[in-house]
Design a protein around this ligand. Structure first.
Ligand code: ATR
Length: 276
């Protein structure tokens, strides 16, 4: 049996064990995947990771608030994928040649979900609202798809820092979020990567802000952002698919198995649990 964990604080509500057991069943692998609560400090995180991999663990997911700490740990003692390097955050840990390897599958998970929804990314103008970790992880995968990006943020300086960090990969337009409070704006795809939906806050968007497709990286809470576009008849999508896709990419990295989401049985761990 192969062992996996997801490390976070809080962690009780993580859906990762259910997703990974679902994937494992679909390819006939016997795994254990459990939630690992970790005290919110660097030393505890290091100790948990060390104990897990020394004990023969195969892979770990990392969630709030440890993604940046995991990034630092891998950069000091192991290696990082280009996605984790540019995101400055790690959500997936594995061992490579006996050393820690950190990847970030969040942005590629977003891209996979958008493509799955039939959204064209090549040549598309994509507006992202927010300039935090969620946006940082999404930029490289979106640029790789040939998208043109405009980032809107409440604090312009954070958007400027992102623009500078990604200069070598392509040019990014930036703007202050408040410019969307009045006037007209159109993007092929508009993505909410702020934490506003999670904290129950509203982004003020004028009626002239329109899009071909609207995506909120959050899920499980009513999104005022998506409601704005839904009222306009725009196709909307929350971040549940991104959650599934980032997990799928981590599973594939760890096990070398390909997951076909159309052939996965969602009932055993996911649907029946939600309904019960
Ligand atoms: P994450 O890692 O989830 O991206 P983060 O790094 O704390 O979290 O970033 C949160 C993002 O949401 C930031 O872009 C933040 O804007 P600021 O840079 O101006 O702080 C944005 N954000 C959070 N609440 C917001 C709100 N009510 N209105 C607009 N932007 C908000």
């Amino acid at each position: 049996m192969q062992h996996f964990i997801v490390i976070g604080n809080p962690i009780a509500h993580s859906k990762s064990p259910d997703l990974h057991h679902t994937f494992a069943d679909s390819v006939g692998l016997d795994i254990s995947y459990r939630r690992q609560l970790c005290p919110d400090d660097k030393d505890s995180f290091h100790a948990v990771v060390e104990a897990f991999f020394n004990g023969g663990g195969v892979g770990a997911n990392v969630t709030l608030p440890f993604k940046e700490i995991a990034f630092e740990l891998c950069s000091q003692t192991g290696s990082l994928s280009e996605y984790a390097t540019t995101a400055k955050a790690v959500n997936t840990l594995a061992l490579r040649d006996g050393k820690l390897f950190g990847d970030n599958t969040d942005g590629r998970g977003l891209v996979a979900d958008l493509l799955d929804e039939g959204v064209t990314l090549q040549g598309a103008h994509i507006a992202i609202i927010g300039a935090g970790g969620a946006t940082r992880g999404a930029i490289l995968p979106l640029i790789e798809q040939g998208a043109r990006l405009t980032i809107f943020n409440r604090t312009l300086a954070r958007a400027e820092a992102l623009k500078a960090d990604f200069e070598e990969f392509g040019s990014i337009d930036i703007n202050e979020l408040h410019t969307l409070k009045s006037g007209d704006f159109y993007a092929d795809v508009i993505i909410n990567a702020t934490s506003a939906t999670t904290t129950g806050q509203t982004l003020e968007l004028s009626d002239g802000v329109r899009a071909g497709f609207a995506y909120d990286m959050m899920y499980g809470k009513p999104s005022e952002f998506l409601a704005h576009f839904d009222r306009q008849g725009v196709r909307c999508c929350d971040g549940y698919g991104m959650l599934i896709q980032q997990a799928k990419l981590a599973f594939e990295l760890w096990t070398g198995k390909r997951i076909d989401l159309d052939k996965v049985d969602w009932d055993k761990y996911i649907n029946n649990k939600i309904n019960s």
